[in-house]
Design a protein around this ligand. Structure first.
Ligand SMILES: [Zn+2]
Ligand SMILES: [Zn+2]
Length: 176
């Protein structure tokens, strides 16, 4: 009977469609669960994967390397007084060098502003950061950002920002 066979083909279509929907939903849930599992671990930056300037507190010698715990031995004067340093500024009193020392987790632990004493990077007792202006006590602004550590084969970025660079003169068309 025609009606019967039509009903049967309808039933098959519904079954096939239903099966596809279940498969699709299953794969979506599977993918979601997998991506959720991958996203659980947050990416965090530690001291050892960015480039900074190291400064010798003894002689002022500076060199670039990845950030790390100090001190290191100065290749120039031989003193064991090299630390990571960042330039900081006070809007009223100008620029100060701030030496940073890191803990074994790669987080800043203590700082030294100019020739001042080593102080905690952050003091929970006073709720204050250690890098304050030695003249007015105001928190200093960081005047330079750490650079991403270079991987082997990378080309070092130029010091001049791209918008201030003089573009290469265009090659003159050769006279023919
Ligand atoms: Zn030195
Ligand atoms: Zn100041």
């Amino acid at each position: 009977m025609i009606a019967n066979s039509e009903q049967r083909s309808q039933l098959i279509k519904v079954c096939v469609l239903g099966g596809l929907v279940v498969l699709l939903a299953g794969s979506l849930i599977w993918n979601f669960a997998r991506s959720a599992a991958v996203n659980v671990k947050p990416h965090s930056r530690t001291a050892t994967n960015f480039m900074v300037t190291w400064r010798c507190l003894g002689c002022g010698n500076e060199l670039d390397d990845v950030a790390d715990r100090g001190p290191r031995t100065c290749p120039k004067c031989g003193k064991n007084e090299m630390y990571v340093r960042f330039r900081h500024t006070c809007p009223e009193h100008g620029e100060f060098m701030v030496a940073f020392d890191y803990n074994d987790k790669g987080k800043p632990e203590r700082v030294k502003v100019a020739d001042g004493p080593w102080v905690p990077y952050f003091d929970p007792a006073t709720n204050k950061f250690g890098f304050t202006c030695p003249k007015c006590g105001r928190m200093l602004d960081v005047a330079e950002a750490p650079r991403a550590a270079l991987k082997p084969g990378d080309v070092e970025e130029p010091e001049i920002p791209p918008d201030q660079q003089v573009p290469n003169p265009e090659p003159k068309p050769s006279a023919e």
